[in-house]
Design a protein around this ligand. Sequence first.
Ligand SMILES: Cc1cc2nc3c(=O)[nH]c(=O)nc-3n(C[C@H](O)[C@H](O)[C@H](O)COP(=O)(O)OP(=O)(O)OC[C@H]3O[C@@H](n4cnc5c(N)ncnc54)[C@H](O)[C@@H]3O)c2cc1C
Length: 358
Amino acid sequence: MPARFALGLVTRYSFCMDANFVAAESFSFDVVVIGAGPTGLACGIDAKRAGFTVTCIDKGCLVNSLFNYPSNMTFFTTPELLEIGDIPFSSPNQKPTRQEALEYYRKCAEHYHLDVRQYEPVLKVDGSDGDFVVHTTNLHGHNREYHARKLILATGYYDRPNYMNVPGEELSKVMHYYREPHPFFGLKVMVIGGKNSAAIAALELWRHGAQVTLVHRGPGVSNSVKYWIKPDIENRIKAGQVKAYFNTRVREITLEHVVLDTPEGPETLANDYVFALTGYHPDFEFLSSLGIKLSGEADRKPVCDPQTLESNVPGIYLAGVIVAGMRTSEIFIENGRFHGQAIAADLKRKLIAHLVTN
Ligand SMILES: Cc1cc2nc3c(=O)[nH]c(=O)nc-3n(C[C@H](O)[C@H](O)[C@H](O)COP(=O)(O)OP(=O)(O)OC[C@H]3O[C@@H](n4cnc5c(N)ncnc54)[C@H](O)[C@@H]3O)c2cc1C
């Protein structure tokens, strides 16, 4: 039987003499996990299996990033490498689809009766080790506060695009997320980027009748593009089916054009829509607001103990892709899913020590 250190789930309401004051609804947990992506869920499950009361709070739906991935996407990873909580991920496909992954992670949360608070952005964290206070606004706009002895941050990176910072990037025709090809049939679509997301979007758009131009600042399609995708996009480029500009940067986007800086000089292309698939990054401001230090100008890796994943702020743990800072391709579901076990082991050590000394 796992040891039980649980404070228990407590709901409390504060009183105030001011008639207009609406007190925040208040809850207590041993552990609050911020983010209910694959890693946040794995952390919640591992903390719960270790005997702690835990909630996972997400600003969107369960596995919000995966929900927002391209509708027809197939994972690069075989199903067993996406598993969490020792729940088998069974799929008839060698590589599961986004739809299957949504079903799978929802079943995992259900199986473990995991407390998940959806559509509840975490706005601020106060307090310190032993009594953190996590402030949120719920689905209906009500303020909530969660008291937690320990915090796990698993906030991912997908909601923060890397902007190019060029004029016109703010136009509504410029998107940083690609969903599906159908609305772009017959239109002039520019895809910016040279990695997997850009290659896949360019191919899918072309196969569904869009006139696709691929623009990348590097000398060619990135070598990190998966071995079954790279020849496909390179052959489409060779055949002139997808027009490509390499060693090229976007200078400006207007309603009807995109101006490029190519090795041969500036070029203006007629354009209807732009997908700027230039990557994403963690919410560094949020991490810094909690006192978490970032190391390295370029990498901006949050400082944490590589064994326990406890950050430089005692009681706050980091999990999933945020651990990699800007190097977002170093941690993904395959390896981030094990962070929960490392953290749960340290939580047990620390909270047992706390019980013994008090
Ligand atoms: C198109 C695509 C395909 C991929 N394919 C694979 C693959 O095949 N195999 C693989 O291993 N990896 C793959 N990855 C990478 C993988 O999806 C990510 O590395 C993984 O989702 C990271 O998990 P995470 O739990 O750390 O973060 P996320 O899944 O991004 O979860 C973070 C969660 O935190 C929430 N959140 C953020 N801020 C707040 C806040 N302030 N308050 C409350 N909630 C908040 C977000 O809404 C989100 O739900 C792919 C990525 C992309 C974009």
